[in-house]
Ligand binder design. Structure first.
Ligand SMILES: NC(=O)c1ccc[n+]([C@@H]2O[C@H](COP(=O)([O-])OP(=O)(O)OC[C@H]3O[C@@H](n4cnc5c(N)ncnc54)[C@H](OP(=O)(O)O)[C@@H]3O)[C@@H](O)[C@H]2O)c1
Length: 237
């Protein structure tokens, strides 16, 4: 068991959910946000089952209800996490959405605006509230989830590409601002069979690894990130 704390946005499904379980299994204390309170209760129950009643049980995990587009909710999320476990050692900005496949000019304005609100503004909101305590503590790694589509493009996913190229730029600029001891890393997680991948690949998503398999590989690579990695685009191999 370690006293290290990882904080993950968007733990209800997909990669966030798999990381929640795998970090717990690998001995970390895990905090995260979900949008649905019922999912938060499920995560707490899973955490108690993973760590066992004599290993502080759910005390090793904290699920907070917060939507990353809600500034007040993100502020409360950060306060609750820091009160529970201190400033996180590792902050994973994982939560994101994708629009239905379509050429850019056919994407409804509301869908485009919602995507940028979650994928860009939501990440900035989380950083606004978590970085001050991390900077005060003098260490910690921020990993902002990018994509292969943050470094290349494909048709029909232009809003998503725009948001992930923004994440790459924002993270690399942030890396130049952070004091020594902290790191900001844009991460391409690879290609994993989740609801998001099904949205763009359809059934072909099934040819890619599932999230649990991916998380077993990803957690040691995420845990190994440190100040020397700041500003360097990373990829889960
Ligand atoms: N899967 C891939 O192959 C792939 C490839 C490249 C990059 N990525 C990136 O990896 C990350 C995870 O993707 P995924 O495939 O796991 O996606 P996913 O299965 O669609 O899961 C997305 C997660 O984000 C949460 N979320 C969405 N909007 C939110 C909001 N406003 N506030 C808080 N949480 C919110 C969702 O919560 P709800 O359940 O409440 O909706 C869900 O838990 C994303 O950043 C994605 O861009 C994935």
């Amino acid at each position: 068991m370690s006293d290290k704390v990882v904080c993950i946005t968007g733990c209800g499904r997909g990669l966030g959910r798999a990381l929640w379980g795998e970090f717990l299994r690998q001995g970390w204390r895990v905090a995260g946000c979900v949008r649905d309170p019922a999912v938060g209760r499920q995560l707490a129950d899973e955490a108690a089952a993973t760590t066992g009643p004599d290993a502080q049980g759910a005390g090793r995990a904290l699920a907070v209800v917060a939507d990353v587009t809600d500034e007040a909710a993100v502020a409360r999320f950060a306060r609750e996490v820091v009160a529970w476990g201190g400033a996180p050692d590792l902050l994973l900005n994982n939560a994101a959405v994708i629009t239905a496949n379509a050429p850019l000019w056919q994407v409804p304005a509301d869908d485009f605006n919602r995507l940028t609100a979650v994928n860009i503004n939501g990440v900035a909101a989380v950083l606004r509230h978590f970085l001050p305590p991390m900077i005060e503590r003098g260490r910690g790694v921020v990993v902002n989830f990018s994509s292969g589509w943050g470094r290349s493009v494909s048709p029909e996913v232009a809003p998503y590409c725009a948001s992930k190229w923004a994440i790459e730029g924002m993270t690399r600029a942030l890396a130049e601002e952070l004091p020594p001891g902290l790191a900001a890393v844009p991460l391409n997680p690879g290609v994993i069979d989740t609801d998001m991948l099904r949205s763009c690949f359809g059934d072909a998503a099934g040819g890619h690894p599932d999230a649990a398999t991916w998380a077993r590989r990803a957690v040691p690579q995420l845990a190994a990130l440190g100040p020397a990695d700041t500003g360097r685009p990373a990829t889960i191999s």
